[in-house]
Design a protein around this ligand. Structure first.
Ligand code: GUN
Ligand code: ZN
Length: 468
């Protein structure tokens, strides 16, 4: 039996680079998405041309009327233990905000009851925002991570996550710290417990794990060396690495200068790139690779970008958060020209939006506002690409989801504009172009800018509706 969803379809087809997204944009106003029993796309095209079901096969039809069908959003950087931290303010920039607002908030997950509640709410917010896949920065507490994975499995969403590793820090981070040896054993046991726990095979799993040092300032050379060794042992199982890079460049006392001073490196990226052996000696194992995502990367040198491109390491671009914490603007043209995959991240709770399209909206604004020749007006297809297919690529799962190519697992959202009046009126009255292509681009831009959670009425992963 196959299931057919009828609606207005947008997706970015094939495997384009960001700059070619407009040419790869597919718009099917009278579309059909046909999904087989395994949740795989067997047809995406005009509804009148869809193949007739073979003899003896039923076709279930879901007619979404004027609804849009979009690939599921991919959030490549979101903090689970900061679910209730969206209003955290008064902390100054990054390092003060962490000490004053975030470490105390994350310490609350030591309480198992609180951890269960926050896991439930976090997952519900993901469903509401249509974030079908996410790289989730985890809690320090293993019971909270267990609650997160269990709740995610119950919902049917995809997740990659790992406990946040901290072995050194200020007094306010004390509840989140572990010894050097616990940092490794807790991470290794989380991987054993949850990596591909749903299917036993990482190539088909919805649940996957990551090694997540919070950032260089939260760990020692000892920890980084041991994590490099751990990664050597689990890389082949498809385990990920996730952390922060080059976010705050306040001179002298900010994150980047503190990293360079603490680790005696010229480049922040070096701290993750196999520089350290136990005892601080140089020459350990690198944490970079195709399954590594660096959040922010706002202030990278050309050398750092080239190294990320060379190793296949991706960037989670989080402009909502960068505005919230005064972290600056990632140079769009220079970063993409280096050949690094750039995907979108909410960075909740430095980001105060859960919806990836809100991240794309801020990306549009901040990159248009870059000075002089650096200013760029991102095409709506490039925005859609960044929030969907680029996310799948950053997660090294582009072969599995991210668009509606035949053979992909069907992750998608149903958007009903009439459920959010401002979006409905934008689409009804704001599209002026006579030209079909210009009208298409106006519709997609209005959809991405005007979308809010109430208009996302159904969310599917691998053809199955998710829920909490
Ligand atoms: N760097 C280290 N920890 C964090 C965090 O929780 N949020 C952000 N935005 N940056 C970080
Ligand atoms: Zn973050």
């Amino acid at each position: 039996m196959s299931t057919t969803h009828l609606g207005r379809i947008f997706h970015v087809a094939g495997r384009p680079e960001a700059s070619d997204a407009a040419a790869a944009l597919v718009w099917i106003p009278d579309g059909a998405l046909v999904i087989d029993d395994d949740g795989v796309v067997s047809y995406c095209g005009p509804r009148d041309h869809r193949p007739t079901p073979q003899d003896g096969h039923d076709e279930v039809i879901n007619d979404h009327g004027d609804g849009f069908l979009l690939p599921g959003f991919v959030d490549t950087h979101i903090h689970f233990p900061q679910t209730y931290s969206l209003d955290a303010y008064g902390g100054g920039q990054l390092l003060e905000w962490l000490d004053n607002c975030i470490f105390p908030a994350e310490a609350r997950l030591a309480d198992p009851e609180f951890a269960t509640r926050i896991a439930r709410d976090f997952t519900a917010r993901r469903v509401a925002a249509g974030t079908t896949a996410a790289m989730v920065f985890g809690s320090a507490f293993p019971h909270a991570q267990d609650a997160l994975f269990a709740e995610t499995q119950r919902s049917g969403l995809r997740i990659v996550s790992g406990r946040g590793i901290q072995t050194v820090g200020s007094e306010s981070s004390a509840p989140l710290l572990t010894s050097e040896s616990d940092a490794i054993t807790l991470t290794a046991s989380e991987i054993d417990r949850w990596h591909a726990a749903d299917s036993g095979d990482p190539s088909t799993a919805l649940l996957q794990t990551a090694i997540v040092p919070r950032f260089s300032l939260s760990v020692t050379t000892e920890t980084l060396a041991a994590l490099g060794e751990l990664y050597d042992g689990v890389r082949a199982r498809g385990v990920y690495v996730h952390t922060h890079l080059n976010e705050n460049n306040r001179p002298g006392t900010g994150e980047i200068d503190s990293v360079k001073k603490t680790f005696e490196v010229d480049a922040y990226l070096d701290t993750y790139d196999g520089r350290f052996l136990p005892g601080g000696r140089v020459g350990g194992s690198s944490l970079l690779g195709r399954r590594t995502i660096m959040a922010h990367a706002v202030h990278c040198s050309d050398t750092e970008l080239a190294r990320m491109a060379e190793t296949g390491t991706s960037i989670a671009h989080c402009p909502v958060s960068q505005l919230f914490l005064g972290s600056g603007t990632m140079p769009w043209k220079r970063t993409l020209a280096a050949g690094v995959t750039v995907a979108a991240g909410t960075d909740v709770g430095a980001g105060d939006e859960w919806l990836i399209s809100r991240v794309l909206s801020d990306a549009f604004k901040v990159h248009l506002s870059e000075p002089g020749e650096d200013s760029v007006s991102l095409h709506p297809a490039e925005l859609l690409f960044t929030g969907t297919l680029a996310g799948a690529r950053a997660l090294d799962m582009e072969d599995r989801f991210g668009n509606f190519d035949v053979g992909k697992e069907a992750d998608f959202l149903v958007i009903q504009p009439d459920r959010w009046a401002p979006l409905d009126s934008l689409l009804r009255h704001g599209i002026r172009a006579d030209d079909d292509v210009v009208a298409r681009d106006q519709i997609l831009f209005a959809l991405l800018m005007g979308l809010r959670e109430p208009a996302i009425t159904e969310v599917y992963v691998r053809g199955a509706q998710v829920g909490v």
